[in-house]
Design a protein around this ligand. Sequence first.
Ligand SMILES: [Mn+2]
Length: 371
Amino acid sequence: MRFIHAADFHLGKPFGNYDEDTRAALKAARIEALRATGDLAVSRGADFVVIAGDTFDAEAPPSRLVKRALDAMAAYPALTWVWMPGNHDSLAAVDLWERLGRDKPDNVILATTAEVIDIGAHVAILPAPPAVRSPGYDLTAWMETAQTGDRIRIGLAHGGVTDFGSEDGGLATVPPDRAERSNLDYLALGDWHGQMRIGPRTWYAGTPEADGFKGHRPAGVLLVEIAQAGAVPQVDQVALGQYQWSRIDCAFFAGNDPRESFYAALPAQGRDKALVRFVGSGRLGLSEHALLKAACETVADDFHFFDADLSAIGIAQNEDDLDLIAQAGALRVAAESLLAQTSLEGRTQDDARIAQMALAHLFHLAQEVGS
Ligand SMILES: [Mn+2]
């Protein structure tokens, strides 16, 4: 028996910090991930898909988006989708769940009550749907005594596991040994946006399309195979996401051309589908700093999104650099004063950073005027 464990599609996630084109592309990719899940299920012979919550990012998603999601599932009529609410789209979203109940195609089963759902002759799904955004108690407790005969038992839950918390910082209530305690063959969890193994029978699927720079492994879904009731499941982590998000940390040393390590740190392929947050640290001379800044501007358009934070790079004291701003006069005095203020001695890190940025800017302006 084979099925797909998916979660946290977060359809309609607004990505408010990004420009309009990026936002539109990222939103489109999320609905695309639902179709990719259907394709994968068909190509790998999965019997059904379970969605462990947070299909929608909000309780009142745009009407057209709800229709798109239902259409995406209806496009695979031979595939059963077991769709449970999460915390973002909990049962408190009364209008949403009423509409889904009314408009859903026959191959979609809404897991909106804590009752056993039989799939075919051999599988029982035990859902723990959140009634509100943060229920605050363990919704999976009922699984302990649920009667399912000799069927394979698959629990479905959304939220944090008690020993390390939840994605949103909400109260974590699912015991890490829920599967073992309640004789589940597998517990399909949603909430954390990275794929994560809690135990041999307990996994977070993560979001199928990455949505942040947290450094998760490639986003996707889990293909789970269970030979028979009681057997340890075989879990295959399948990457589905279109966009690669990476935070790249790079330390610099004064006296070296920073562009070399900068270029080497960037992804070489798939740049148009890559979102990069570049964070520099270490120390550079002013002219080296300017070279790095220019290199950032040069590569930015290669990427779907590129953001460079150079504010943590210290400015190395170098008379030659100051000479490039001005050899004497008021400008020189200003440059020397700023350089002195980049030191952390006797000032806060923020103040030192502001002085660094001002000095780098002054250097840049002086170069422009001089050229
Ligand atoms: Mn979520």
